[in-house]
Each structure stands twice: as C-alpha cells, then as structure tokens.
Design a protein around this ligand. Structure first.
Ligand code: IVH
Length: 681
C-alpha cells in the first residue's frame, strides 16, 4: 500500500475506534494496538506532512506551539443570557414569552447551565476547521490546536445531509475527576494547586503548548447548532441530531410544556446536579421552536427567548481580618484570608483561599473589607466579591510581601507564573517542615505515625534538621518530650507528648520504612517535578541512585516520559553537595538505593550478553511473557533501537519507526519463530 493510502486508512480506522470508544464506550482494539497504529500514522505524517488530514487523530495528542492566538470574528455574536434567581422572575419571563408569541402554543427546552468556558467550533465539509473562545462575544481567540485535543469532539462528522458549513457551541470544561487528578499530581511535586475547575479549564484552553493541553483531558458539552440557512425546526431536533452525529450532548436536558414543569426540573436538578462530572450553577430555559425564537428576538445583550435561572450559592458575608502567607514545600507563597468566623452551610468558616496575588488584585479586596464568601464544588470556601458599599476609612490596601514571611528572604516570581516563591529552599522553616511531611507520607517512606504535630516538636527540640535524622532517633532522645500548640484552625490548645507507646510506634515505623522500595525512596527525596510515577519511571530506566546521579541531561531526557523540565531539575538536585551527603546518610541508614532485581528463573543462556527489543504483537506471548522469556534466557531488554541492539524481534503489525531504524542501522531482525528456535537452542 502506498503511504498516502495508508495515511488515509489509519486516519479513518483510528477515528472510528475513537468514536466507538468516546461516544459508545466500546473498545474495538486494545490500547497497545491503538498506540502502535497511532505511532505508525505519526511517523508517516512526519515523512509526508502534506498528506496529513485535518481530522487526523494525531492532533488529539497536540504538538502545536502557538506563540499567540489569532483573533477571529464570530459569524454570529456569542451573546450572554439574562439571569434570575427567583421563581417570580421566571413566571414573568413566561408571561413575556406568551405575550410575544400572541397566544401561540410553545414549549421550552431546559438544560443545565454548565460552569466552564464557552466555545464555538466550526465544521466545513464535515471537518473541524476552527475552534474559538467566546472572547468579548464579538471576537474570540482561535485556539484550534487546543480544541482538537478534546477527545469527545469529532474531528470529522460523517452523516448524510450535512450543511457545507456549520458551527456548534458548547461549554468546554475540565471534568472534576481530572481536576482532582491534576491537583494530586501537583501536590506530589510541590506545585501550587489549581484554584478551581473553571479557572483551570479556562487557563488550559489558552495554553501555548497543545501537547500539555492534551495531557489535561478537557471535555465539552454541546448545546447549540448554527448554520445558514437553518436546517432544523427546533432546538430539540438540533440536540438530537448533534448527539446522533457523535457530539457530546449532556443527556440532562428536558422538554417542558409549561412553566410548572420547568419549576419541577429546577427542583429536581437542585440536588442531582452534584452527580455531574462538572460544576453547574443553574439551568437555562430556551423556547424550543426556532421560528418562535426569531419572533421573540433579542435585546441589546441577550435573547428574549431564553433565560438562565441560577441556583443560590451557599453564601455569607463577613469581614476580612487579615491575610496569612503560607509557604509550601517548593517555596510557593499562597495567601490565605483570615475571616471573622461566620456560619456557612452548617460549618463555621474562618479561612478562605485567595490563591495568589493576582486573585487579590482581581477581587480588589482591602484589609477589613466586608466580603462575600461561597462554598462551591471545592471544600475550601472562596471569596467571590467585595461589598464596596461597606468600605470605611479603616480599610487598608493589601501590600503583598516582597520578603518571605517565615525567613525574610526576598521573594521572586518566575516568568509566566502567578505565584511568588521563597528561594531559601534549604533553611526556610515552613519549606523544611513541608519536606519532612512529604518524606513521611504513605506513598513515600510511610512513617505516618510521625504526623500531627510530632515533626514540629522534633524540629523545635533540635532533634531533626534533615529527614536523615529520623534514622538516628532513639527512645532516650524521644521519651518525655512535650509541647503545647495552638491549633490555627480551631484555636484550641493541643498537647503533643511522647509517651512510651508513642515512641515505640514511631521507632517501629521508622525501622519498617527501611523496607520501602527504591521508587518510594526516590519520591521521598522531594526532587522538584519528580512525583511517584516519574520516580517509578526513573527507577525502571536507571536502576540505581548512582546511575541516576551520574546521568547527564541527554540520558535523562531519553528516559520514558522525562522531559527537559524534569531532567534539568534532577541534574540540579544531584549537583548539590548537601544532597549528595543526604543520600549517603540515607544509604548508611539502610534505605533502598537501587531497584530490586526481579528474580528470574533461568531457562537457558542463548541470549547471554545479548540485547533484545521487540515490536508488534505475538502469537505465543503477551508482552510480559515475551519480556520474561528474554530475561529467562539471559537477554537484556533495551528501550529503543540503537547500534548496540543485537536483535529486534518483529511480530504482527510492527511499529514502522523501529523497523525503519533497525534497517538503517543493520540491526538483525528476527521473527517470532526464529526467536523461539533461538532460545530452544
Ligand atoms: S445557551 C444566547 N446553554 O452561559 C445564549 N449557555 O450566560 C446562548 N452556558 O456564554 C447560550 N450552559 O457559556 C447556553 N446549556 C447552556 C449553557 C450555557 C452554560 C453559558 C455559556 C454562555 C453563558 C450565557
């Protein structure tokens, strides 16, 4: 088959698999095969860039860097909706609609009001050609490469009777589960957390590197269809057709014949909306028939045929008494609002997150201001606005610190980042404390019996300056230590004291931690950007701390999923003498500093001293079985084709890049049968 035909075949097949997977939840191929086909298509597209189709599934994984997004005009302006919070307003809206339609009968479509980012996506001849943000409603940013990473958004629509050009609109969002996953990962590597799913989605859509966007699995619910001339009679028909064309239409909409049915919908979703994968802040009510929508028309800002009913957020007002600046493990400074205690949704709220200095500016908040706070999807309440009418002469401007509140070192801000950082990594007390906490967590050294104020006590008493000091603690040093703390959250006094039983528990846990595998130890070191998953990858690739410490930048970036940012951070960490000493102390304490060798039952030595790699699928072995066979016969598995490779085992539908490279480098290629004969001697 010629390359052009193969590109077409792979594009169609992969798009079909994607469609089945994302729209119908059917997996027609296993991940491995899918990845290999995608890899083949990527290679072919690199060789024949002119033949890459605009609907190529390779776009899903990004790869485009946009310095600036072009501004484009919307074909039809993107209007906003009138808002209401009361049922009385809805009845008035219904009366206006009835009057406007001169007694004609009408129906409504009710939908949820999704809390994300409004998007407009244009298709020409069924192919996604452009994705644009709402912007000011008249013009928005062309963010097509980022839009293409949304896996539920078809890159090509195949259906009869498609208008040559049409536009769909909807709400782009970061699913809550995805938001939590990203924040968990950020917490792991000591990065400041994303404030909330909506801001995170809007920030992600505007990122310049679409490959990074692709890693954050954005999604999108569609709720409008536009074409000229109009092809549908009703909004209901649009939603049904959009769904049948493979668009992600939330199944939560309902047709309502009367305003009472609308009220019932509102009441039902008041609680059920929390089951959805994204935040919602109300519902949208739209007149169903398009001819009636036209008849009702628009005001200057919004349609007369639609209205948004907003659920009342759980809100309260209180005063901002002060700001505490917290310093995290990597030195990021996060401002926290200290509030006059107020009851909100059954709990007393005293603190609210302010995220960063930009947020303080955005709110325009001053010290002692009266502020509104709300509880959204997140657990920590947030300040939503300032009650400027209550501002007095006693209110003071908030002066963001220029020095670390804990150690007085001058703060700095990295290009393009919202947070300020304290650079005094080693000696800044809260950074030290957070490093200890990172070290003892379950997924690191698992010494959690040292939590809850015990580390503070050890630091206060001068018993630990580095986590390596944990391994020199003895019951003599610990027994009888005691201190009373005031809990910031509750204001209550708390006594931390080391009695016999506590000391035994701590020392046992420290002893047990020595058995933690090397990947957990590596994670525990707290190297910036090295989360547990990255630590596992590094351990698989390098095998030992010595190999990792000696690895130059190029060798690090050749490890799977290690980019320049992680590589640079690892190199810097190991070039620090104090860190080298730290490792030696941990090694002396008996911590694992290399991967445990998998115990291999030897079958033979046909591959003794030989390096092997495989590509494709095999009739007699799964990947794991094949790898085990190679090891059992003395072979060493390599991660890529190089001159050092002795054999490339080629299975069914092999990866073309590996085969091409092996051909270029004259690496011997053997079939599955030949491999079996080889090991059989
Ligand atoms: S329809 C002319 N439907 O709300 C009105 N909008 O205030 C077109 N939104 O910018 C919008 N869920 O970002 C519509 N089911 C829904 C919606 C929805 C959320 C957002 C959208 C729009 C804003 C209007």
């Amino acid at each position: 088959m010629n390359p052009q035909a193969r590109i077409k075949e792979l594009t169609d097949l992969l798009n079909h698999y994607n469609y089945q997977y994302y729209q119908n939840s059917v997996s027609e191929v296993d991940d491995f095969t899918f990845d290999r086909m995608l890899e083949e298509l990527t290679t072919l597209e690199q060789q024949y860039p002119a033949d890459r189709r605009p609907d190529s599934p390779t776009q899903r994984v990004g790869g485009t860097i946009s310095k600036e997004f072009p501004t484009v005009y919307h074909r039809f302006p993107m209007l906003s909706l009138g808002n209401t919070y009361s049922e009385a307003d809805l009845i008035e809206f219904d009366n206006r609609v009835r009057k406007g339609l001169n007694g004609d009968t009408y129906e409504y479509i009710c939908e949820l009001k999704f809390d994300g980012v409004a998007l407009s996506v244009t298709y020409e001849d069924g192919v996604l050609v452009r994705g644009v943000t709402r912007g000011d409603g008249v013009r928005g940013d062309d963010i097509t490469p980022n839009i293409k990473t949304i896996r539920t958004l078809p890159l090509r629509v195949k259906a009869d009777g498609l208008p040559p050009v049409f536009e769909v609109r909807g709400e782009g969002f970061l699913p809550l589960a995805e938001f939590e996953r990203i924040n968990k990962e950020r917490e792991d590597i000591g990065e400041p957390l994303l404030a909330n799913p909506r801001n995170a989605a809007s920030g992600t859509f505007k990122m310049q590197d679409s490959a990074v966007v692709a890693q954050r699995r954005l999604d999108c619910f569609l709720y409008s269809f536009l074409s000229e001339p109009e092809v549908f009679q009703t909004h209901e028909e649009s939603l049904n057709v959009l769904k049948s064309w493979g668009f992600n239409v939330s199944p939560t909409w309902r047709k309502c014949g009367t305003i009472e049915e609308v009220m019932a919908y509102i009441a039902e979703w008041d609680t059920r909306r929390f089951e959805l994968p994204l935040g919602t802040d109300g519902i949208v009510i739209k007149v169903n028939r398009y001819d009636q929508q036209r008849e009702l028309g628009f005001t200057a800002k919004s349609p007369r045929w639609a209205i948004a009913y907003k659920y009342k957020a759980l809100a309260a007002s209180t005063t901002l008494d002060g700001i505490q600046y917290q310093v995290g493990r990597t030195g990021a400074v996060t401002p926290v609002a200290l509030l006059k205690p107020v009851l909100l949704a059954g709990t007393v709220v005293k603190r609210a997150s302010l995220h960063n200095s930009n947020e303080i500016q955005r709110l325009g908040v001053m010290l002692h201001d009266t502020v509104f706070i709300e509880k959204g999807g997140e657990i920590i309440p947030k300040i939503t606005s300032v009650d400027v009418s209550k501002r007095t002469a006693l209110c003071e401007e908030i002066i963001y610190p220029t020095e670390c509140p804990a150690c007085n070192t001058r703060l700095y801000r990295r290009e393009g980042e919202a947070h300020f950082y304290c650079p005094n990594e080693k000696y800044c007390p809260p950074q030290q404390q957070a490093r200890f906490e990172h070290f003892i967590q379950r997924r690191a050294m698992n010494i959690e019996s040292l939590g809850e104020g015990k580390i503070e006590l050890l630091i206060d008493k001068g018993l630990v300056q580095s986590p390596a000091d944990f391994y020199e603690l003895t019951s003599e040093k610990l027994l009888g230590l005691e201190k009373t703390y005031e809990d910031l959250e509750s204001g209550k006094k708390r006594v931390v004291s080391f009695r016999q039983k506590t000391v035994e528990n701590i020392l046992n846990a420290i002893e047990r931690s020595k058995a933690q595998p090397f990947a957990n130890v590596l994670f525990a070191l707290g190297i910036r950007y090295v989360g547990l998953t990255t630590a596992e990858k590094l351990v698989d690739f390098f095998g030992s701390i010595d190999a990792l410490a000696a690895a130059p930048l190029e060798s690090l970036t050749s490890a799977p999923e290690v980019g320049p940012r992680i590589a640079q951070s690892v190199v810097e960490w190991f070039s620090d003498t104090d860190n080298r000493v730290y490792i030696e102390r941990l090694r002396l304490a008996g911590l694992h500093m290399e991967a445990e060798r998998k115990i291999v039952e030897r079958e033979g030595s046909a591959l003794e001293g030989k390096t092997v790699l495989y590509t494709g699928t095999f009739a007699n072995f799964s990947r794991e079985e094949l790898e085990a066979k190679i090891a059992a016969n003395g072979g060493k598995l390599l991660s890529g084709v190089s001159k050092k490779l002795n054999y490339l085992i080629v299975g069914e539908s092999p990866g073309p890049s590996k085969v091409n490279k092996a051909t270029q480098l004259n690496v011997p290629m053997i079939s599955e049968e030949e491999f079996m004969r080889l090991i059989a001697g």
